[in-house]
Design a protein around this ligand. Structure first.
Ligand code: FES
Length: 166
């Protein structure tokens, strides 16, 4: 998706000449309906993989709303990302149970192993690394999620084996 987007962004302009034709039909469909901005942003992220500023501008212009409103929604919801995301998303639970049972050590171990800071994406584009607030596995904390898969009783020594599955 990221490559598709790169092709569409003119390197020599600020994005105003960018074409985001794939979502124009979706914008037309939702325009004027309740919650249309959220629906359009979901669709746009699904098509392009993330929501860079030129795309946010295009959506704002197409919906006749200020770009600040679009940017506000994108930054408010953690689901939306203005930067490219990795193929897989790792979420380390930092809810109370996981925190007291070593969640912080898992975060440190992943930062070292992946060579990326929390919130970042690995250089090879494979993983985006985030934290979560309770993923429903408190009894077997600390827990992490990779995409939809939950890993329980994780220790730093298990990290490499877990990542190897991907
Ligand atoms: S606090 Fe981590 S799963 Fe609930």
């Amino acid at each position: 998706m990221g490559e598709l987007l790169k092709e569409k962004i003119c390197e020599h302009c600020n994005g105003s000449e960018t074409e985001f034709g794939e979502i124009d039909a979706i914008i037309d469909y939702y325009k004027g309906k309740d919650g249309c901005l959220i629906q359009v942003l979901h669709a746009a992220q699904g098509v392009y993989g993330y929501l860079p500023l030129p795309l946010q501008r295009h959506i704002a212009d197409s919906l006749d709303i200020p770009v600040s409103e679009v940017a506000g929604v994108v930054s408010f919801y953690s689901f939306f990302s203005p930067t490219p995301r990795g193929k897989h998303t790792i979420r380390v639970c930092m809810g109370t149970a996981c925190y007291v049972r070593g969640g912080k050590k898992i975060v440190e171990s992943l930062e070292k192993t992946l060579n990326v800071e929390l919130g970042g994406t690995t250089e090879d584009g494979k993983f985006t690394f985030e934290i979560a607030r309770c993923i429903g596995a408190c009894g077997l904390a600390p827990a992490i999620m990779i995409d939809d898969e939950v890993y329980k009783q994780v220790t730093p020594s298990k990290i490499n084996a877990i990542l190897a599955e991907y």
